[in-house]
Design a protein around this ligand. Structure first.
Ligand code: 3HC
Length: 312
């Protein structure tokens, strides 16, 4: 069947809401866009463990430690689901990991900010996982089967991540003045970087139009950002936490919360490697990869021994 006909048939499948599976024909651009997005998503899950992992030994109680341990473990699993989804597109996992380790692969901007206090762990759960839920709930309905199913599984665990974070902040907000101050300080530092997690304004997005044509993205960056803000403002009010934006006002016309323009220069600096923690995160990932070398060698040796035994 010629290329034009195959592309027409593919686009009809997409328009009729069909899910594309790995063995079905797909345009190269569709495959490339998915590999780009899924690999960044997977890297984000793995790098996202770093700021939280640093606080496991400093959790204020056994209950908080267990919840954080479970969350960090979940994030590792999310990374594995997503690397597996990327592999269905014909890319090797170690190739993606090499790109991350040599600094050529992106991961979410948000993980290049420091987690300075225990309250940051609460805000990461409440804001970052809250934003990820808004994004991933959409991706769970995307046109590529393995990615949609990976996001469906991820979303089931994210709600626990968000709830445990919100509970940490709600507890601190009702605590001593020092605890309330710690919670407010973390909220002040993470609010705007979280809004930038959704990507640049649609008008500046080189990928959104193509991704929406192929129903990989069902909503634009601005709509998802607004959804997150509309969900989070009432949650902050409920626990007497002030969001650090004086322009957050309910707009009766639109039915949404207005907010201040974001600092996109900071965003582009962070995603081009000049964020507060980019170097530290990459160094930690390289160290972890080095520390895991013996495990990879042992499993390869085991696998080849199994093969030899099977041949005998
Ligand atoms: N961090 C880093 N890079 C970003 C970014 C961010 N927050 N937002 C956008 N970018 C990059 C894009 O990758 C693109 O660069 P590229 O073309 O070189 O890849 C450029 O900025 C322009 O952005 P676009 O809006 O055109 O890019 P997309 O259409 O891909 O939209 C996105 C960006 C919304 C992040 C989209 O890629 C997406 O939904 N990705 C999948 C979900 C994901 O990666 N989430 C990250 C968080 S995961 C997480 O939080 C884990 C949780 O469990 C804690």
């Amino acid at each position: 069947m010629d290329e034009v006909l195959r592309l027409k048939e593919f686009e009809e499948r997409i328009e009729s809401g069909q899910v594309i599976e790995p063995k079905q024909w797909m345009p190269d651009r569709y495959r490339k866009q998915l590999i780009r997005m899924i690999s960044q998503h997977a890297h984000s899950e793995i790098v996202g463990m770093l700021p939280e992992g640093n606080w496991i030994t400093r959790a204020p109680s056994l209950r908080r430690k267990m919840a954080l341990l479970a969350k960090v473990q979940d994030e590792a699993g999310h990374g594995l689901y997503l690397y597996s989804a990327a592999e269905t597109l014909g890319v090797e996992r170690h190739h993606l990991i090499d790109q991350l380790l040599c600094g050529t692969a992106k991961y979410s901007s948000i993980f290049n900010y420091p987690a300075l206090s225990w309250a940051d762990i609460g805000v990461i759960g409440w804001f970052v996982d809250g934003a990820a839920i808004v994004n991933q709930t959409m991706l769970a309905k995307c046109s590529y089967g393995p990615y949609a199913r990976a996001n469906l599984r991820i979303c089931k665990e994210e709600s626990f991540h968000k709830k445990q974070g919100y509970e940490i902040i709600a507890t601190l907000a009702e605590g001593t003045p020092k605890q309330k101050e710690m919670a407010q300080d973390a909220v002040n530092r993470w609010w705007f970087p979280t809004l930038m997690m959704f990507g640049p304004p649609d008008s500046d997005s080189p990928n959104s139009a193509e991704l929406m044509k192929w129903r990989i993205k069902l909503k634009g960056n601005d709509e998802l950002r607004q959804r997150f803000i509309d969900l989070t403002v009432p949650q902050a009010k409920a626990i007497n936490i002030k969001l650090p934006d004086p322009q957050i006002v309910f707009n009766e016309q639109t039915g949404h919360w207005d907010y201040s323009p974001l600092n996109w220069q900071e965003f582009y600096e962070v995603i081009s490697g000049k964020g507060p923690c980019n170097k530290e995160r990459l160094k930690a990932r390289k160290q972890a990869h080095e520390n895991g070398r013996w495990v990879r060698l042992a499993s390869e040796a085991y696998a080849s021994k199994k093969q030899i035994d099977n041949l005998a």
